[in-house]
Ligand binder design. Structure first.
Ligand SMILES: O=C(O)CCC(=O)C(=O)O
Ligand SMILES: [Fe+2]
Length: 280
């Protein structure tokens, strides 16, 4: 029987008693509602082929290939492989593969005009220790922001690129680097829940429009300090067969990046967008 169990006051819900291969629209509706409410859902104990994973993912929106071409599955470009090809020919660790997503809390796809609605992972291999994923609610971050910042940021946009202020683009092909920044409101109203959240990514933001460069940097530093609100975190301990999906419009996440590198930690991953008239 389907069971949905919140994992904390604001973030994360666990879904058990379901086989996503057999879900119909009525069966999916409470899972989608829990996802909107808690920002992250964990569906346990799934046995999936790639086609099953893609089919279930399309329930959430349009799957788009990730700009990191080197980590795409050779036969399924819309599928990214995490944790594959972790070592160079000389046996040294490829940090950009091992520590992917571990440099800090972030939201996926802020460098695109239409950022990712959701990211979904399916766990194929999990190390004996470490390798968790952290999530935190940006609704909550907005709630507890001082009025001074809410007022300053209301109606202002940020400029975001893949590499942000550090310019790290190791996983991108040369032709995909140096794209112009995408502009997004820093205080964002969610298209489905209509709730306001902070939309911020310290690793991708370049500037906040309309502020002098020094003030822009100061506000970015202050938001970096404040983005993880009290009680807003959920830390996911992976099991093989978990499907985890998060809402990039109102959540941030990061990989712990701390597992024994000689062990496997492998996921299938898709990026999902909201269908927008003519654009995905
Ligand atoms: O591997 C993880 O735990 C998350 C990596 C990440 O940031 C992502 O897949 O977007
Ligand atoms: Fe990520």
């Amino acid at each position: 029987m389907l069971q949905i169990r919140p994992m904390g006051p604001y973030t994360g819900a666990e879904v058990t008693g379901v086989d996503v291969k057999k879900l119909d629209d009525d069966g999916f509706a409470p899972i989608y509602d829990a996802w909107l409410k808690y920002g992250v859902t964990v569906v346990r104990d799934q046995e999936l082929e790639i086609e099953d994973f893609l089919r279930y993912s399309r329930r959430y929106g349009v799957i788009v290939p990730h700009p990191s071409k080197s980590t795409r599955h050779p036969d399924y470009p819309e599928l990214t492989m995490l944790g594959i090809n972790k070592f160079n020919a000389d046996g040294t660790l490829k940090k950009e593969v091992y520590r992917r997503g571990a440099e800090g809390f972030h939201t996926d796809g802020a460098y695109d005009e239409v950022p990712f609605k959701a990211t979904k992972l399916y766990a194929l291999a999990i190390p004996s220790t470490g390798g968790d994923t952290h999530f935190s609610s940006m609704y909550q971050a907005y709630e507890v922001l001082p009025e001074r910042l809410k007022t300053l940021l209301d109606g202002r946009r940020g400029g975001f690129t893949y590499g942000g202020r550090t310019g790290q683009t190791a996983l991108l092909n040369p032709e995909d680097r140096n794209r112009p920044p995408a502009m997004h409101p820093i205080i964002r109203t969610h298209s489905e829940t209509k709730r306001k959240s902070l939309y911020f990514d310290p690793g991708k933001i370049l500037f906040i429009e309309g502020l002098e460069p020094q003030q822009s940097d100061d506000v970015i530093d202050e938001l970096t300090e404040r983005m993880i609100a009290p009680d807003a975190e959920y830390r996911h301990k992976w099991r093989v067969g978990d499907i985890v999906i998060w809402d990039n419009r109102c959540m941030v996440h990061k990989a712990a990046g701390d597992y024994p590198p000689e062990e496997d930690r492998i996921h299938w991953r898709v990026s999902i967008k909201e269908p927008v008239a003519g654009v995905v």
